[in-house]
Write a protein that binds this ligand. Structure first.
Ligand SMILES: NC(=O)c1ccc[n+]([C@@H]2O[C@H](COP(=O)([O-])OP(=O)(O)OC[C@H]3O[C@@H](n4cnc5c(N)ncnc54)[C@H](OP(=O)(O)O)[C@@H]3O)[C@@H](O)[C@H]2O)c1
Length: 350
């Protein structure tokens, strides 16, 4: 089989490291270039001790080093704005790009500026970006040169929400409440005081209030794919675990007893979305190391106002379906390959 040479820019970060682990097992994609920033010039094993040879002996290139002509695919796993610059250069050099940052997830530069507090460096590229929620944009991804890999929290929220919105089963007046938890790798590898062991261990705290930047992304694509204006109140929490993400959605709507069947049917042919049977709810442990999103539904009955209520719990590994796993899934689709190539279905257990 002809191999496809790929570059990972941001190879020394958490999502970059996960991309290396996944792509090194891939039968078609070959890692030909690793880019870094402060660690450029070092050998990979000096920065990522978990990687084995021959990759471990590869030298990290500067983030703006030119890419060889035979590289066809570039993964940008960089902080926002730095990613946009790298994406623009890669597209100009004729490469296909999967961007893991937020830089191309919004359709408008104004929304991006509001959510991220910075002016978009390359707004002219926004119209060509496809929002890479694989289960909903498969066709567009297959024909795209630029895929914006969705955010981790939005992935966990949109996968259960969109089918219910499309079916018109949610009360349109409500504010959807999302109470979410993440492991600390969600914040990346750079040093932050609040993520020091002594401060994060044995502690849980909310952050990102009053409006975390992922809310704009959730609301934009709830409307863009689900077809309904949706208001979301989102409170994320950081937990003392390395990876994993659990989002609990509190919802009002109609015929809640049908929701489980609806979600089960919608995702029956989606290899990476598993809707659990009645009475079961997912856990982060159940998806750790897997590219799956696990979803559970609990019907709560009618509240004191007579409205039907339900809770949906959605779990992903933030570095897999929430980032690098979904990025590889997108790359597989983009190149017409089997969607599941090199992507683990099973979680690590225990
Ligand atoms: N972590 C998650 O769970 C997650 C989930 C979804 C999406 N994302 C997004 O994915 C991207 C990468 O996240 P991450 O968690 O992997 O971050 P990270 O661990 O902090 O890694 C950042 C990477 O970018 C490089 N870098 C830092 N500043 C740079 C600059 N100014 N110019 C060029 N390169 C620079 C770093 O290189 P050096 O190490 O050499 O300095 C490192 O390789 C971010 O946009 C993030 O929002 C992350």
């Amino acid at each position: 089989m002809t191999m496809i040479n790929t570059a990972i820019l941001g190879a020394t970060g958490y999502t970059g490291a996960e991309l290396i682990r996944l792509l090194d097992q891939h039968p078609v994609f070959h890692i030909a270039h690793l880019g870094a920033h402060s660690q450029a010039g070092r050998l990979l094993h000096e920065v990522l001790p978990g990687i084995n040879d021959p990759l471990a002996s590869m030298r990290l290139q500067a983030a703006d080093a030119p890419l060889a002509d035979d590289i066809q695919l570039v993964f940008t796993a960089l902080p926002h704005t730095a990613a946009a610059t790298a994406v623009a250069a890669a597209l100009a050099a004729g490469k296909k790009v999967i961007d893991l940052s937020a830089d191309f997830r919004h359709q408008s530069a104004d929304t991006y500026a509001t959510a991220y507090g910075v002016t978009h460096p390359h707004p002219q590229l926004l119209p060509q970006a496809v929002y890479g929620l694989c289960e909903w944009h498969h066709q567009a991804i297959a024909h795209s040169n630029l895929v914006a890999n969705p955010g981790c929290y939005p992935t966990s929220v949109l996968l259960p929400l969109i089918p219910l919105l499309q079916a018109g089963l949610l009360d349109s007046e409500q504010t959807v409440i999302v109470d979410a938890k993440s492991g600390t790798s969600g914040a990346g590898r750079s040093a932050k005081t609040e993520l020091l062991y002594c401060e994060a261990n044995e502690s849980i705290r909310a952050y990102g209030l009053p409006r975390h930047r992922h809310v704009w992304e959730m609301e934009e694509w709830a409307q863009g794919i689900g077809g309904q204006t949706t208001h979301i109140r989102f409170v994320p929490h950081i937990l003392p675990m390395s990876r994993g993400m659990l989002s609990t959605l509190h919802l009002n709507g109609q015929r809640t007893h049908e929701w489980l069947d609806l979600l089960t049917q919608r995702y029956a042919s989606s290899p990476f979305v598993r809707v659990l049977p009645t009475g079961q709810l997912p856990s982060t442990k159940g998806v750790q190391g897997s590219n799956r999103c696990d979803i559970g539904v609990a019907c709560l009955g009618r509240n004191h106002r007579g409205e039907e209520e339900a809770v949906i719990v959605s779990c992903i590994d933030n570095l897999m379906k929430g980032a690098s796993g979904q990025a590889v899934q997108n790359a597989n689709i983009m190149f017409g390959l089997e969607e599941t190539l090199a992507l683990p279905l099973h979680a690590q257990w225990p």
